[in-house]
Design a protein around this ligand. Structure first.
Ligand SMILES: CC(C)(COP(=O)(O)OP(=O)(O)OC[C@H]1O[C@@H](n2cnc3c(N)ncnc32)[C@H](O)[C@@H]1OP(=O)(O)O)[C@@H](O)C(=O)NCCC(=O)NCCS
Length: 214
């Protein structure tokens, strides 16, 4: 699949972003699951994904009333995707830190993953994912904040690639503020690992209504 995408890219086709909701998502689940698995293998996620589990995860977006999934298309090939839904529809472990911090989950629209094949990065598609998700949040909710979380990795993590540049600058440039103490825990098997391990992810928030950040 990566090879097909790279070939399509070389033809100079422009990338189209499409917001997909509800049952229209169902036929896309296998390809989007493969995208997640391929991109999340990389540092910092190091995620050993499973196709069936991934499709199950994504199916929840098709069943959700608020979810939107932004797909980046290079011609007929999906080369990236980004997800979002009301925080109240996310898993209990994602909602819990907000409640603990006194932030009403009803006021928050949650951005899940954004993944893009490496050959397509650095040309504004990630900026488009952010804008499309914020537009979707505004269209289907009156939430005050959009929020996402990112895995916390030690600066000296042994798998950190030499010269790796984090996405912190990218997120700040999209208007997001880090909340290093607003943390959720997720478990997954890392590449080369035998069992799931605990990973901590910290949140970033942005006001999309003009209301002050909590
Ligand atoms: C997160 C991710 C989707 C970002 O995608 P991306 O398409 O490379 O990001 P962009 O090209 O939109 O933005 C990168 C920079 O290029 C700039 N850029 C380059 N060409 C651009 C264009 N034509 N239009 C707008 N911005 C452009 C952006 O402005 C941005 O710089 P800035 O932050 O200084 O403004 C991608 O890095 C990825 O898939 N990473 C791996 C998975 C991951 O870690 N996901 C996040 C957690 S789930």
């Amino acid at each position: 699949m990566a090879a097909r995408a790279a070939l399509a890219y070389e033809t100079g086709m422009s990338i189209r972003l499409q917001t997909v909701t509800g049952p229209a998502l169902l036929p896309l689940l296998p390809v989007l699951a493969r995208l997640r698995i391929s991109v999340f293998r990389e540092f910092p996620y190091l995620y050993e994904g499973d196709q069936v589990e991934e499709e199950t995860h994504l199916r929840a977006f098709a069943a959700s009333a608020s979810a939107g999934l932004i797909v980046a298309w290079d011609g007929e090939v999906a080369v990236g995707c980004a997800t979002c839904m009301r925080l109240t529809e996310a898993s209990a472990g994602v909602i819990a830190p907000f409640r603990a911090a006194g932030i009403d989950p009803e006021r928050v629209f949650y951005f899940g993953e954004s993944v893009l094949l490496p050959g397509y990065r650095g040309q504004g598609i990630g900026v488009g994912f952010s804008a499309a998700r914020e537009a979707h949040a505004r269209a289907v909710s009156d939430c005050d904040y959009t929020a996402f979380c990112a895995v916390i990795r030690a600066p000296d993590h042994p798998r950190r690639p030499a010269g790796a540049v984090g996405l912190e600058g990218f997120w700040r440039n999209r208007g997001y503020t880090p909340y290093p103490n607003l943390v959720c825990v997720m478990h997954w098997t890392e590449i080369g690992g035998a069992a799931e391990v605990e990973n901590r992810l910290s949140f970033w928030l942005k006001s999309v209504s003009g209301r002050a950040l909590p």
